[in-house]
Design a protein around this ligand. Structure first.
Ligand code: KG4
Ligand code: ZN
Length: 332
């Protein structure tokens, strides 16, 4: 296959420098991700200024590495897609500037892409998995969203979080339990060794599609303060049980109200085996098709940004190249 059949995707919104080449069908020709894990671990969270510097060092060598897969033949590129938000402003600017410079040098159009639209498209990487209409649950470090979709681009947001996101809550509770970084996966592992014997609150579970997780987080903090010797695995298991109960209840409610052929769960927390089990359970009961990205595409990566860029190419609207730290799923 020749011609301009690939998108070069660049993702630098947080602490991973990622570059990928993806065709229109979602086939990933190459994807390279440089993690900044070692840089931020000692701070217990992402240090924004260090993140931008690390992106600056990593981004061009990563582009070079990925281009080797096509013998550096930039004639194969239809466009460049780069995350313009949401994310850390300094980190986003590194990606945006790099993409625009490369676009100018190679004579290629450059599209600023909404990172959330990247997550949304992630289950269609490697093979097409989403069938429409679909119910979408996006659970990442920055977002918690429940949406109804009739196509990749027609999305109705049913509810979002009033305070912390699920991923953020996992990370904060992991910190309380001294689990180090990355918190989410460590907490998830510890939870599997414990029993859900504590009844933590399930905020806003009774109605609607809005979420709130800060009360749950505070309740875990209070328990650890009151009883420092409490079994930590049991606390983790009880916390995860509360999260899953809230997410599962809202998803079941939405499946009762909205027509859906598939249940799409994306974002970093979709890497959690417990969430995956929950999705399997709900789908087995309702007959809806489970639709999860392969593990490697659940957390931040440039392949999903490249795939989402095809939607921008097809849209034929002028692209917005402003860098935005916070952005809704509806924005392009
Ligand atoms: O989507 P993502 O990579 O970055 C954002 O766009 O925010 O999501 C990162 C979030 C973090 O909060 C991380 O703790 C969580 O996803 N996460 C997990 C797991 N892997 C990543 N949470 C629970 N279990 C996991 N296995
Ligand atoms: Zn993300």
């Amino acid at each position: 296959m020749s011609g301009a059949d690939l998108i070069l995707g660049i993702e630098t919104s947080c602490d991973d420098t990622s570059v990928a080449l993806v065709d229109r069908g979602g086939r990933v020709i190459a994807c390279e991700t440089v993690s900044q894990f070692d840089i931020h671990a000692e701070f217990g969270g992402v240090f924004p200024e260090l993140a931008s510097r690390a992106h600056l060092e990593a981004v061009l060598p990563t582009v070079d590495k990925v281009l080797k897969a096509i013998d550096s033949d930039t004639g194969r590129l239809r466009a460049i897609g780069v995350t313009r938000g949401p994310g850390l402003i300094g980190s986003l600017i590194v990606g945006m500037n790099t993409a625009q410079a490369l676009g100018l040098a190679w004579g290629k159009p450059v599209f600023g892409v909404n990172h959330l639209r990247g997550h949304l498209r992630s289950p269609d990487l490697d093979e097409k998995r989403i069938t429409y209409p679909a119910l979408l649950l996006l659970v990442s470090g920055g977002h918690t969203l429940l949406c109804h979709m009739t196509s990749t681009t027609e999305i109705t947001v049913l509810g979002t979080t009033r305070d912390d996101s699920v991923g953020e809550t996992y990370d904060k509770v992991a910190r309380m339990l001294d689990l180090g970084m990355p918190g989410g996966p460590a907490l998830d592992r510890l939870a599997r060794a414990g029993r859900a014997v504590h009844r933590f609150p399930r905020p806003m579970i009774r109605e609607g599609y809005e979420f709130s997780f800060s009360g749950l987080k505070s309740s875990v903090a209070r328990m650890l303060e009151k009883d420092p010797d409490v079994d930590r695995a049991d606390v983790a298991a009880s916390f995860v049980a509360a999260c899953l109960d809230v997410l599962g209840t809202k998803v079941r409610r939405a499946l009762g109200e909205y027509e859906a052929k598939s249940l799409v769960v994306v974002g970093g927390v979709a890497a959690s085996p417990q969430i995956r089990d929950l999705v399997g359970e709900i789908c087995a009961k309702t007959g809806v098709q489970p639709c999860l990205p392969p593990l490697k595409w659940a957390t931040d990566n440039a392949a999903m940004i490249a795939l989402a860029t095809w939607d921008y190419v097809d849209r034929s609207e002028p692209t917005d190249m402003r860098t935005v730290p916070s952005m809704s799923l509806a924005a392009w």
